[in-house]
Design a binder for this molecule. Structure first.
Ligand code: ADP
Length: 504
């Protein structure tokens, strides 16, 4: 192994402690992989007490005894720090407890509205992360930050903490999981960051008149990564950059796309305890029909083995293509197929999909809500999986689908483009194809591609080859974790190249 590094991995959510989406999966799995590679990994996340109390499978969490407070614009906010170990690893997890900020029914929002003090909550968290590093004398080689909630950390690290003992050789990595969420707040929130007002400018923390915490992270981090090679290109364009394409182009030499992996301990049909029957590539002919019948029963759909069953597990937002699905529904549902939805999010899409299930009860079933067991059962029991995303930084569900022998039908964007190869009727494509891909974001493109999938489903030998191609590739984290380590090493090697303002 190369040098053993002390890596602090920090984010606003991480499996198994808290989760609203793929970010949590990534943090939990990456920490474990880095640990298995022999690195010394410390995870720092907020302590969401309400979510923690709901989850009975967590390891024992203890008080470290560490206490400090952060000056939030004149108000001293106390923090205490709990700790535990990430199950199945030696990763130490520090959970920053601040009841007023983090003991809430949800992580970021309720009823479609973000918490009004999100800026204060995550500025506090970011500042507390550095205090934990300092007071626990962690002396990290790398602090790996994820998304806007931790975007302030590289800025503080390169300014206030630059000469603090223990941080002299600490580099920072900023990983972007989704450009659509930037942590944009009005400039009067600057005092919450603890940064000097002089950093409220185009080169550092300001974008389009607002304070922007994702931009802050991008400007100050030693290296910037995002979660797929295609998304790394997309975010440098006006379409994908959401206003930050300029700063990303400026950092282009330090920007790299690393496709996420999947956690083989959690998403593995050979040992998935949520499935009625586990299966591998060798036993899929026996296992999948049982999982399919189980899913149909659970969702209240007719139990038929011959009908192609499509699954979808998703946040119900504009990003995920629900508008295309509702627009294409009449055409799609004129065919003999079933669709099982699991999701929650925008009340408009929730009611659209619920309406479809009421109108077509033998073809469409939906469960509104967040349900880990059903998510696994949809992956295991469906024949195909829908992801017609408008944009998709990486996407995990298509990789879970490939692992579970569930053929993905996806749009050609971001990580979907990097993981799903289209079966296009060309005989050679059968050697590599593992799904169905369309390009244009419109209902006919989606419907036509679902119809291609239906026609292929009627040719079992061909379908089976697509399943085999998907299941036989290694989707685990090992490859991605190695790429992250290369990024850490290059950040460590370049630590002396910051400008006098701490900016790279
Ligand atoms: P994103 O991070 O944009 O939400 P990803 O595909 O990267 O999308 O990851 C989504 C993760 O969240 C997957 O693990 C998926 O199974 C899970 N998920 C999303 N919605 C639900 C839900 N309603 N119930 C259970 N799991 C869900």
């Amino acid at each position: 192994m190369a040098d053993r590094r002390r890596i602090v991995l920090t984010a606003s959510e991480a499996v198994p402690f808290s989760k609203t989406g793929g970010l949590a999966d990534v943090i939990g799995a990456l920490a474990k992989s880095l640990d298995q590679m022999g690195h010394d990994v410390v995870m720092i996340i907020p302590d969401y007490y309400v979510q923690r109390q709901r989850n009975r499978n967590l390891p024992k969490i203890s008080d470290t005894g560490l206490r400090f407070s952060i000056d939030m614009n004149g108000r001293q906010m106390p923090a205490s720090v709990n700790w535990t170990t990430l199950p199945g690893s030696d990763v130490r997890v520090f959970l920053i407890r601040q009841p007023e900020y983090f003991d809430r029914p949800q992580l970021y929002q309720e009823n479609g509205h973000g918490y009004v003090d999100n800026c204060a909550r995550y500025c506090f968290f970011s500042r507390a992360v550095l205090e934990v590093c300092r007071q626990m004398v962690l002396r990290p080689d790398v602090i790996h930050c994820n998304d806007w909630q931790t975007g302030l950390i590289p800025a503080l690290l390169n300014t206030q903490y630059a000469r603090v003992p223990g941080f002299e050789r600490t580099s920072s990595i900023m990983t972007i999981h989704n450009m659509a969420y930037q942590g944009r707040f009005w400039h009067f929130d600057m005092p919450l960051t603890g940064m000097d007002w002089r950093y409220f400018n185009y080169h550092h923390m300001e974008a389009w008149g607002d304070m922007n915490l994702l931009k802050t992270g991008i400007s100050f981090a030693d290296q910037v990564t995002t979660v797929s090679p295609t998304y790394a290109k997309e975010i440098c364009t006006a379409d994908g950059g959401y206003g930050l394409e300029g700063v990303l182009r400026h950092r282009r030499d330090d920007l790299i796309g690393i496709l996420n992996g999947i956690d083989d301990d959690v998403w593995n049909p050979e040992k998935d305890s949520f499935l009625p029957t586990c299966y591998s590539l060798d036993s899929i002919d026996h296992g999948k029909p049982q999982c399919k019948a189980f899913l149909q029963q659970r969702m209240g759909l007719p139990t038929r083995s011959d009908v192609p069953l499509f699954g979808m597990v998703s946040r119900m937002t504009d990003q995920k293509g629900f508008d295309l699905i509702t627009e294409a529904a009449e055409r799609l549902l004129s065919r003999d197929l079933q669709i099982a939805f699991l999701g929650t999010g925008d009340p408009y899409y929730e009611s659209q999909i619920t309406g479809l299930a009421q109108r077509f009860p033998s073809k469409v079933a939906v469960q509104i809500g967040f349900d880990e067991s059903l998510a696994h059962q949809i992956e295991g029991g469906s024949d195909a999986f829908l992801m017609p995303s408008r944009f998709e930084p990486c996407g995990l569900n298509q990789m879970y689908s490939l692992r579970y022998g569930t053929v993905p039908v996806v749009r050609n964007v971001g990580g979907l483009a990097d993981s799903v190869m289209d079966f296009d009727l060309n005989p050679h494509s059968l050697n590599t194809a593992n799904g169905f891909v369309f390009a244009d974001y419109n209902r006919d493109a989606l419907a036509g591609t679902v119809e291609r999938a239906l026609d292929t489903f009627a040719r079992p030998q061909v379908w089976k080859q697509l399943v085999r191609n998907g299941m036989s590739r290694d989707w685990s984290w090992n490859r991605s974790a190695e790429e992250y380590v290369r990024v850490y090493e290059s950040a460590i090697a370049n630590i002396d190249s910051r400008d006098e303002d701490g900016r790279r």
